[in-house]
Design a protein around this ligand. Structure first.
Ligand code: BES
Ligand code: MN
Ligand code: MN
Length: 458
């Protein structure tokens, strides 16, 4: 089997990716609703052009879902491919070297918001269909595509969508490319994702900002109180201090830790890569374990007082923080949010009005690393990279993966073509063009391997 796309096909596929990347489909921004819709239209256009059938844009109470399918033979296995065409906001825009929605090639990398998360990745599957249908006129398996527009805001309307379309979406396996390879030349199969519990804390002191000289020393400072609260949420061992936080955590098994150790993770290289002076994983775990298989708490944003140029002697009336916990099996997002909220209310000084607002959450997901469905992914990686894929958990969240498992009974294959150093959610997001082409080849091999997979038969 030849594993190389012709140069002319590569060029057209890349142009099509650039077309998608020019559309600012920022799902969280109400002003971009029409752009999100325009992006759905473009995804549908490319699906049709690839040769997918029954392509439709299905509206939801939020942003639309793009659906497409290819029916080959009712007795052949069916894979459901999931991805998301929505992206994170581009800000802070001044830190981008080239404009976020003008895809630009530099050093073999395509820079644009959404390049690696997830437009460049899900497109691999659509272009794999295009290229297989051109070469072979048919596909060896049945395919269904769901490319949604609300992943980056927690997929609020997708679980009801799955419930409502159970029959239509019936399949044997879920395929997702929305994660990272272990290293540039080392694909990985992801068998676990962390969950999420997200909260906002609002503290209010005085009725108005005050002169810090006239009132300081008598009136409580919400910025300082917020700092005290936040500083208490983790201890010196980097353990989360919220009572009950670890109660349901399933610790890594000895076996799993051995498998992790065999990956030859180099903390020093990782440290240098992120440019930090020192790493701070939870005590007893290394940084790889800490960022993928252990729960944690992070401050995502802070706002209070004067933050402009120069100095202003002000005693702020308000302070706000956004915080989130990444969760591992068997932590429950609602329960963790409740514990956290109660703890914050308890430790907050009585001089403050303290409001805690729960934002989105998501369940952690895990599947046995030796699940038979993953063998097809391993085969596809071997065919293109000539090596065994790494099996690892990832630290990010794709909350809908567990719903595909619960609602549609689908085992998940998470095989990503991105890399964690590609600035996802950050300025200068990019995707290695080489991995776009390799991803297309892996997807084709994956379709072939799934078509003859024993684990999916019957
Ligand atoms: N693709 C990411 C998640 C991811 C990143 C998985 C890297 C594995 C490796 C996804 O688009 C994402 O950003 N998810 C959000 C979920 C949230 C908005 C509910 C996340 O993890 O913050
Ligand atoms: Mn993503
Ligand atoms: Mn994302």
């Amino acid at each position: 089997m030849s594993h190389t796309l012709t140069e002319s096909r590569k060029a057209t596929y890349l142009e099509d990716l650039k077309t998608l990347l020019r559309i600012p489909s920022v799902s969280t921004d109400p002003n971009r609703k029409d752009e999100v819709k325009r992006c759905a239209d473009e995804v549908a256009r490319q699906m049709k052009e690839a040769g997918l059938q029954e392509v439709e844009i299905i509206s939801t109470p939020g942003h639309p879902v793009v659906y497409g399918e290819y029916k080959t033979d009712p007795d052949a296995p069916t894979a459901l491919v999931y991805g998301h065409y929505d992206v994170q906001p581009e800000d802070p825009i001044e830190l981008w070297t080239s404009p976020p929605f003008e895809p630009t090639l530099r050093d073999g990398k395509l820079f644009a918001r959404g390049a690696t998360d997830d437009k460049g990745q899900f497109l691999c599957h659509i272009k794999a269909v295009a290229s297989m249908l051109e070469e072979e006129k048919t596909l060896p398996l049945n395919l269904k595509f769901i490319i949604e527009g609300e992943e980056e805001i927690g997929s609020p309307h997708l679980a009801p969508f799955l419930e409502a379309h159970k029959e239509k979406l019936a399949a044997d396996v879920l395929v997702v490319s929305d994660s990272a390879m272990y290293a540039p030349d080392q694909p990985s199969i992801v068998y676990g994702l962390r969950g999420l519990a997200y909260l906002q804390i609002d503290l209010k002191g005085a009725d108005s900002d005050l002169h810090s000289g006239v009132f300081g020393g008598a009136v409580p400072n919400p910025a300082l109180e917020l700092a005290r609260i936040l500083a208490q949420l983790k201890d010196q061992d980097e353990k989360v201090t919220v009572p009950g936080f670890y109660d349901k955590v399933e610790d890594m098994s000895v076996q799993e830790r051995q498998a992790y150790a065999a990956l030859g993770f180099d903390p020093e290289e990782f440290r240098a890569g992120v440019g930090v002076k020192q790493l701070t994983p939870e005590k007893g775990y290394n940084a790889l374990e800490g960022r993928t298989a252990r729960p944690t708490l992070e401050v995502n944003g802070l706002l209070s007082g004067y933050t402009g140029e120069g100095a202003k002697t002000v005693l702020p009336a308000k302070a706000m923080a956004k915080i989130s916990c990444r969760l591992v099996p068997n932590q429950e997002p609602d329960e963790i949010a409740r514990l956290l909220e109660a703890h914050i209310q308890k430790i907050c000084h009585p001089s403050m009005e303290c409001k805690v607002t729960r934002m989105h959450g998501g369940h952690p997901w895990i599947t046995p690393p030796d699940h038979p469905a993953l063998e097809a992914a391993a085969e596809a990686v071997r065919a293109v990279f000539n090596k065994e894929p790494v099996r690892i958990r990832e630290g990010g969240s794709i909350p809908i993966v567990i719903d595909f498992q619960k609602i549609l009974g689908l085992p998940g294959i998470l095989l990503g073509y991105g890399l964690n150093d590609e600035n996802l959610h950050a300025p200068n997001e990019h995707f290695r063009v080489e991995n776009f082409y390799k991803g297309i080849e892996i997807s084709k091999e994956l379709f072939r391997a799934l078509a003859k997979s024993q684990s999916l038969a019957g």
